[in-house]
Design a binder for this molecule. Structure first.
Ligand code: SF4
Ligand code: SF4
Length: 373
């Protein structure tokens, strides 16, 4: 998410609100005014993002020297006590993630969001965001974690809230799928979820031991496989996500065959390049593999699923690291705020079609990134 560091004044509790540049707005509660100075017109706004700090006021405000021009009216921002301004909802983003919890019942070697004890404030913030924002018909709410389903009652409350407030919205959920091994849980989920919903389930291998080694918890493979089958019994819309890493990269064709034979009911399968952040950074030696080194396997894998008439994509991998036969499957999947291009991209004829690279991956780049002429 986009973040800007400012200097906070009178912010005792985090302030959440929709960005507005209209100082005459009638509805001020739940709105954050963006203005150059702090005048009496700011009275009643939940917070103000401004270019100055004023001492003689009780108005919650933050001085931001950089970034306020990037804020769009209708964005939702969270201002923390330390002056950090986070854009938790972008009005024009095609997809906005809502982090519901950092707790997870897996411990994946390449987890970008290392599991932590659940903090209730995350769920409460997500609910407040959902109550504030307007979701466009072309926008997607992405429920993410951690593992959102572990929230149990709060998880169902959030599904209900979306169904009531944003009944026509598109919703996707990133999940390890293990909770759906419980048939009764799956049944309640199906009865509660909003109408346009896709469950994106991680499945990283066709071999139980390899999957369990990647996700760090024994028996996860069988629980996820059972979860997929239970979701299918209710004809749910499902995507399988395979995060490619050193442990599974040379089995991509076998994984594709496994998916095609066992889960032919899925709507979509995505093979995903890794973001080198979080646990992936800590376990770099175990998980990193240059995508260039598995491009043959990846090409075969997408061919297997495509020939089976299944919808298949490649996410997060630049075109120069793929075989040209795979380009048609590569999507521009990296979110705008963490997408970057390097010097070689300037002269690349495929830049417009390429997803670029993760800024969050730092210096961990393939030496094979080079312009396509
Ligand atoms: S990658 Fe997903 S399933 Fe794995 S530990 Fe992280 S949050 Fe959990
Ligand atoms: S050089 Fe840059 S723009 Fe071209 S394919 Fe590679 S990463 Fe993409």
């Amino acid at each position: 998410m986009k973040q800007f560091k400012g200097i906070a004044a009178n912010i005792d509790m985090p302030v959440l609100g929709l960005v507005s540049r209209n100082p005459f707005s009638l509805s001020r509660c739940g709105q954050v005014l963006v203005s150059e100075g702090l005048s009496l017109l700011a009275k009643g706004f939940s917070g103000v993002i401004t270019g100055e700090i004023k001492d003689k006021t009780s108005q919650a405000h933050v001085k931001l020297t950089d970034g306020s021009s990037e804020l769009v009216d209708g964005d939702c921002v969270l201002i923390d006590k330390d002056g950090m301004v986070t854009v938790v909802w972008e009005k024009h983003a095609p997809m906005n993630p809502l982090l519901l919890t950092e707790a997870c019942d897996c411990q994946c070697l390449m987890c970008p969001q290392p599991p932590k004890v659940h903090e209730k404030r995350l769920t409460e913030t997500a609910k407040k965001i959902l109550n504030l924002v307007k979701v466009g018909d072309d926008q997607t709410i992405c429920l993410t974690g951690g593992e959102p389903t572990l929230l149990k009652e709060d998880f169902f409350a959030i599904l209900e809230l979306i169904g009531n407030k944003h009944p026509n919205s598109n919703v996707m959920m990133l999940t390890n799928g293990k909770s759906f091994a419980d048939f009764q849980f799956t049944k309640r989920f199906v009865q509660t979820r909003p109408a346009n919903f896709i469950s994106c389930v991680s499945m990283h291998s066709d071999v139980d031991e390899v999957h369990d080694r990647i996700v760090g918890i024994k028996d996860s493979f069988y629980k996820t496989a059972m979860g997929l089958q239970n979701l299918a019994r209710f004809r749910e819309k499902i995507e399988i996500r395979v995060v490619v890493n050193r442990l599974n990269a040379q089995r991509l064709e076998a994984i594709a065959n496994f998916i095609q034979r066992n889960f032919p009911f899925i709507y979509h399968c995505a093979f995903m390049g890794m973001e080198i952040t979080g646990l992936a950074r800590d376990n770099y030696e175990d998980v990193w593999i240059d995508p260039y080194d598995y491009r043959d396997q990846l090409s075969k894998a997408v061919k297997v699923l495509s020939r089976a008439n299944m919808y298949v994509s490649i996410y997060n991998l630049p075109l120069c690291l793929l075989k040209s036969a795979s380009w048609a499957y590569a999507r521009k999947s990296i979110s705008g705020w963490k997408k970057d291009y390097v010097l070689a991209c300037e002269s690349c004829s495929k830049k417009e079609d390429c997803c670029g690279i993760f800024t969050t991956s730092g210096l961990h780049l393939s030496p094979h990134i080079q312009s396509i002429l």
